[in-house]
Design a protein around this ligand. Structure first.
Ligand code: DWN
Length: 395
């Protein structure tokens, strides 16, 4: 049974950066209600009513996975480790974005799946790319074109975005070779609860997985979770290793231990999520009050990183251009636009990060280490950072 535990209110699509803020554009802005629920039968946390993916993964998709040094290094390292561990002769990536993972492989061995046409256009120059949604039809097309099935399927921050999880999993089974491995990375539910990072909930994150949920879910598709890695990306993620039931891989003691950790933290109980919901409400109130207090002192506040996560924070906490002068972001195609729902201008860091700024809210809090290092000199000359993770405060 699905039970709602968190209501993040009326939200725009996290990717719907506006080109202008004319009355006509604002009137046409799309909103939906963001409510999060817990399924007591399989421990799965999901959005109550997902948005149609055709509205989300368009030719104007803004996020570029290669934008941070942290992610470039993380993808390089995991590509190296997976090659070493599984020696795959065929690799399929679902949600290949701008190719930051795939570029570490021999193009002859690789297939990319990316429904956002603007991104698929980037990878198709080098890799066989299907500019399509991941589903059964596509998985059959891929295995028909390839004589052999796939040895390694990699998917970072994508399976959690696909509403039809059942079809997603059966399609994965369909492409996989007998001893093939599916490696999925997504934000970890336990980290979100610990960090109080409710901004990991937005339209694209239809599911927030835990190991107990994944273990339970894949069983119905003759698949088996056999290992898990705790990783630091995106504020704490999990890397799941899944194979066919009949494959040679044995369940690791690391997986057993991690499943126990999740149970010890009561991830299988609804009350845990109710408590989280109360912490989120408190965080909203305290963050808003912190900004108000700073504004009363006539200080200038900006936001650092026009993240999708920030869309949830800004719209839920009712933070707009009365609080922030602007948001900075290194991604070229976000610059010159306005934040979804709250209409704050987005500009480049070169223009926006200067001595006039007193405080910068860490929209990209998951890159805190990289950002604080980059802004070392500015911090020395007085710039202060604010975060809401794990609770609102000046760093
Ligand atoms: O799952 C998803 C994650 C992985 O990426 C997607 N659904 C969408 C996207 O979400 P996000 O926008 O919350 O992701 P990031 O990776 O936290 O975005 C960071 C943003 O901050 C990028 O636009 C780049 C920008 N940035 C910056 O301006 N200066 C990043 C760094 C490190 C910087 O120094």
């Amino acid at each position: 049974m699905k039970k709602i535990f968190l209501n993040l209110g009326r939200q725009p699509l996290a990717n719907s950066f506006l080109k202008d803020i004319s009355k006509k554009t604002i009137k046409r802005e799309f909103f939906y209600n963001l409510k999060i629920c817990f399924d007591t039968s399989n421990f799965l946390v999901s959005i109550q009513r997902p948005v149609n993916p055709k509205k989300q993964y368009t030719n104007e998709y803004a996020h570029r996975a290669s934008e941070s040094q942290t992610m470039r290094t993380a993808f390089k390292n995991i590509a190296f480790n997976l090659k070493k561990k599984f020696r795959p002769s065929t690799i399929l990536e679902i949600g290949s974005n701008d190719g930051v993972f795939l570029k570490n492989f021999n193009p002859k061995k690789v297939i990319a799946v990316e429904p956002c046409k603007n991104l698929a256009n980037i990878t198709k120059k080098k890799f066989k790319t299907y500019p399509e949604f991941w589903n059964l039809k596509l998985s059959k097309k891929i295995t028909k074109n390839k004589q052999r099935k796939i040895d390694l399927v990699f998917s970072a921050n994508t399976i959690s975005h696909i509403p039809n999880l059942k079809e997603s999993l059966s399609s994965l089974y369909n492409v996989l070779s007998e001893n093939g491995v599916i490696v999925i990375e997504d934000p970890s539910l336990l980290s979100i609860l610990k960090n109080n990072s409710y901004d990991q909930f937005y339209d694209e994150h239809v599911y927030v997985f835990s190991a107990i949920a994944i273990k339970c879910l894949v069983k119905d598709y003759n698949l088996r979770l056999f290992d898990v890695d705790k990783i630091s990306t995106h504020g704490g993620s999990l890397r799941y290793y899944i194979c066919k039931n009949t494959a040679k891989y044995k369940s690791t003691s690391k997986l057993k231990k991690y499943l126990e950790t999740e149970k010890k933290n009561n991830l299988n109980k609804f009350e845990t999520y109710k408590k989280f919901s109360n912490r989120v409400k408190k965080s909203k109130k305290n963050l808003y009050e912190l900004f108000k207090k700073i504004k009363r002192q006539n200080k200038k506040i900006i936001s650092y990183g026009a993240t999708y996560k920030s869309t949830t924070v800004f719209n839920y906490c009712k933070i707009d251009n009365k609080i922030f002068d602007y948001v900075t972001d290194t991604t070229k195609n976000k610059q010159g636009k306005f934040t979804p729902g709250t209409h704050i201008p987005i500009i480049s860091p070169e223009r926006g990060i200067n001595e006039t700024v007193d405080y910068a809210f860490l929209g990209a809090w998951n890159f805190k280490k990289e950002i604080l290092k980059k802004e070392k000199e500015r911090i020395k000359s007085g710039l202060k950072f604010i975060t809401h993770v794990p609770y609102p405060r000046i760093i």
